[in-house]
Design a protein around this ligand. Structure first.
Ligand SMILES: Cc1cc2nc3c(=O)[nH]c(=O)nc-3n(C[C@H](O)[C@H](O)[C@H](O)COP(=O)(O)OP(=O)(O)OC[C@H]3O[C@@H](n4cnc5c(N)ncnc54)[C@H](O)[C@@H]3O)c2cc1C
Length: 487
């Protein structure tokens, strides 16, 4: 009997993950990717001897990556070399005023204690709770497909009911009073795409991931993970075709027959899309779409971003591999992202200098810099605006770190809302998908399995479990389990 044919739209982490599981389970898998390289939002930019990760740079939850490769009898170390970063990251609050988070919990407790006497003990209690939630999340929740609320109602989760009502912001302020420490503890949930005041405290398991599991760096950058997954997928028989945008989906009697793409027509028994959910539905005739425009429009999307990839002609002082510039009012910035949807006057921003620990990302004596400003999705994006924020960002770095850098810029490339839309068909140019708010968690997120088309499935950061690289790997696994169940 011939193998069932599955077409997967897109080659982001969720698609590559699903491709590996489905091929292992005996399906004939073909991935069609719009761009001419794989990896989706995690592609790579190479320029004049510099190498940049275009998207993700924080390698968190190493256990999830390990579990993925273990499922295929492999290990991450078969493909890439991991280094635990120390400091994990540094946060600037003003000129010469920063706190570094070390690579071990005892040192982090001491750091807290030095800033606010008594807070070290409280942090230990907080992280103990976060650990319990991490175990519940990883064992009982995130690997569930979100088809029914009963999947997540277990004796353990019922006891956690209050953690879904309380917000992270409230919880953190009950433990530490110092504003800087509060900002540090609120930082991990920003990865989930919503304000700490709008994120259930159950997600404090991200703090456990941060302080206990650590921040890692794959030598060569996050793109090494994409390459590892591509190598694994190919070894399992997956065909990956780049420069092959899917233009339309052909149906007969509520069943997909095939897809029309730039590289031709492909028949399939099952279609799985790891492309942005909203975009995939626009490839279907109206009556087969599950979610209306107004549904998407009322959802809380994770931010978009203004990014810069900069080659510096010298090594930079007073910065770490990951450096956060929290020298401005986050509340005011968050308001512009989620409420007023306009450019912030003085946004906080994040910087990564991978060449501090990884000499493969820049030539000797030079520094690669990646800068990210979170912004509202669908905000106006012009060259003038990008330039204005680049100037501000460089000025602030110079003032805060006390080092002049503007004369040492060899080049800069920028990336913003327009690029997210053009490159990935991203809804409103979102960078990280659909935020994990209380009303957008688990069963309340867009479904992995279409309710209107019998052989259509979705995965990725707009569905379950949510935004981020580890959740995308998990999304690929749970959708492949669903496909096995129904086909
Ligand atoms: C700037 C940035 C920084 C981030 N930082 C971090 C971080 O530090 N740590 C972390 O864990 N996560 C981070 N994330 C989030 C993480 O990168 C994403 O959650 C994850 O990569 C999403 O994977 P995905 O498979 O859902 O989607 P995508 O990566 O978007 O993949 C979808 C793919 O579908 C393709 N596609 C779209 N339409 C079509 C079509 N019609 N035909 C064919 N192909 C199509 C796209 O080209 C794309 O390749 C970051 C994201 C961004 C953008």
């Amino acid at each position: 009997m011939s193998l069932k044919k599955i077409i997967i739209i897109g080659s982001g982490f969720s698609s590559l993950s699903a491709a590996c599981y489905l091929a292992k389970n005996g399906y004939d898998v073909t991935v069609l990717e719009k761009n001419n390289t794989v990896g989706g939002r995690a592609r790579q930019l190479k320029k004049d001897g510099f190498v940049f990760d275009i998207g993700p740079t924080f390698y968190w939850m190493p256990d999830v990556f390990e579990r993925f490769f273990n499922d295929f009898g492999r290990s991450t170390s078969d493909y890439y070399q991991l280094e635990k970063l120390n400091p994990a990251y540094q946060i600037y609050f003003g000129t010469n005023d920063s706190i570094s988070i070390a690579d071990n919990f005892d040192a982090i407790v001491n750091t807290f204690e030095n800033v606010e006497p008594g807070s070290g003990k409280k942090l230990k209690r907080f992280i103990h709770k976060a650990h319990v939630n991490y175990d519940i999340a990883i064992k009982d929740l995130v690997y569930k497909p979100g088809q029914s609320i009963f999947e997540i109602i277990t004796p353990k989760t019922i006891l956690k009911f209050y953690d879904f009502i309380l917000t992270i912001k409230k919880q953190v302020s009950g433990y530490v009073k110092n504003k800087k420490l509060q900002k540090i503890m609120e930082f991990p949930v920003l990865f989930l795409g919503a304000k700490p005041s709008n994120t259930p405290s159950f997600y404090n398991f991200m703090n456990y991931a941060d302080f206990k599991l650590g921040t890692w760096h794959p030598k060569g950058g996050m793109y090494q993970v994409v390459q590892a997954m591509t190598t694994l997928a190919s070894s399992l028989g997956v065909k990956i075709i780049t420069d092959s945008e899917v233009y339309s989906i052909e149906l007969k009697d509520k069943r997909i027959k095939g897809v029309h793409s730039k590289s031709g027509y492909y028949e399939c028994n099952i279609l799985l899309s790891g492309a942005d959910y909203h975009h995939t539905e626009t490839l279907l005739p109206q009556k087969f779409r599950q979610y209306s425009e107004s549904y998407w429009n009322t959802k809380t999307f994770a931010p978009s971003a203004l990014l810069f990839y900069v080659g510096f002609n010298k090594k930079l002082k007073n910065v770490s591999h990951h450096t956060l510039f929290f020298d401005t009012d986050f509340e005011a910035h968050a308001k512009t992202i989620y409420d007023t949807k306009e450019w912030a006057e003085k946004p906080l921003f994040y910087a990564s200098f991978p060449s501090i620990t990884d000499d493969s990302s820049a030539l000797n004596g030079k520094e690669a810099g990646i800068f990210l400003i979170p912004i509202a999705p669908d905000i106006e994006d012009t060259q003038d605006i990008r330039e204005r924020y680049f100037k501000q960002l460089i000025n602030r770095i110079e003032n805060i770190t006390g080092e002049s850098v503007s004369d040492d810029i060899l080049f800069k490339e920028s990336y913003c809302v327009k690029d997210f839309k053009e490159d990935y068909h991203s809804y409103k140019g979102n960078a990280y998908g659909l935020a994990n708010t209380l009303l957008q968690t688990h069963v309340l997120r867009p479904k992995l399995r279409s309710k209107k088309v019998t052989n259509l499935y979705f995965c990725g950061q707009l569905t379950v479990p949510g935004p981020g690289v580890p959740p995308s790997l998990i999304s690929g696994k749970i959708v492949s389990d669903l496909i096995n169940k129904y086909h």
